[in-house]
Design a binder for this molecule. Sequence first.
Ligand SMILES: [Zn+2]
Length: 471
Amino acid sequence: MENEDVIRIKEKAQKMIEKDAQRLVSTSKAIWNYAEPALTEHKSSNLLSKILEDEEFKVERALTNLPTAFVASWGDGRPVIGLLAEYDALPGLSNTEAGKPGHGCGHNLLGTACLGAAVALKRVMQENSIKGTIKVFGCPSEETLYGKVVMAAADLFNELDAAFQWHPGTENSSNYDSLNALDNKVFKFFGKTAHGSTAWEGRSALDAAQLFTLGIEFSREHMEEKDRIHYIISKGGTLPNIVPDYSEVHVFIRSPDMERLLRLSNKVDMCAVGACLATETDYEIERNIGCHLLLPNKTLSLTVNKNLELVGPPKLSKDEKRFLEENLSQRYGEFSEDILPPTGWEVGGEWRGRAISTDVGDVSWIVPTNGMFKVSIAPKGVPYHHVDLTTLANSSIGHKGMIVAAKTLACSAIDLLTNPMILKEAWREFNMRKETLKWSYRPLLPAKIEYPEYKHQAKLTPKTPLSTSGK
Ligand SMILES: [Zn+2]
């Protein structure tokens, strides 16, 4: 396709998104008000999939036993372009009702921008007879890093040629950094209760939990620098004069390397087994889920960056600037109206990225994925998972960011639909990265992990008698 045609199609797609802005804003507001946490996003998922259905997308719901997941497809043949929509809220982050869930990570904008991009793409593809398929993936439960891993295990992403994601943030950028892999486990300890004054009759599950976490602390010296372990003692008993017969420790183990992650995770398991041996208690280890490190794709990141430059970053009005000055500026930095130059992890180079994790990581091992595209909806320094982000996710500032994201995603998909060389290069890079990392994808699904050799009763193996030969 001629370059002028591509420019014209991109302009048309952007105009369509502007025309659709009112519907997109009201959709994002509705999802913000629903504020449904992980795996309960029924209304949010229904709203997005209903609009897509009205727009002639074929919608499949409740996939792989995930009642709030959907896949909405439109078009025919290849390339197949995926947009990864999220819509879950976070517990306790409402800015209106204390303790209620709220969109403190802006996923109300995230999912809606994907919808906006998909509808505009459908229309320009129809008008210009562009071949290809657009798929919107309704991915529930991102905040527990769950949805996409389960969807990946059900092979839902397998037929894609490329996947795009964005996230509301505090900068405008599309880099090719990575994010850590994660193993998310719960350790349960079982003891025997007794009155605190006759504690010798019991066996404390809290002792096991404490010894377990001490084991983790001593492991830190032997960990590699980029690896991380975080934990909380989520259950530790009821009263000091009752020996706890149950305790629970929730642990996140992270690494930029899959083999290392699993080794470190196994080391943490051994700390639990050891703690049980020492305290005569029992354990159960459950993997809630694990997710892969994000495999960046420079080719796709640069494509998105080029289109972000074309669309332009969100520009605030005087009123919006005043709102930030009056409400947030004392605590935070400036609102970024610039686009950061793309940087990241080169193929074969040293890992570059952040210690956080995302379930987009799993998708990125199946298909070339752009997983680090951010658009400003908040001043620098506003933390993700914060009530100030909840406020901004339902403001005109958040809505501007959502529209910029929708336009950029649509224009980037247009590049892929009209220039097969980009996809070819993205796949070459994808294969090279996988080859250098020597890891083949296998999802870390929920599981119970057991070490059957561990028993309270020691197995006594007689020692060989000392030699008496006098040698
Ligand atoms: Zn998020």
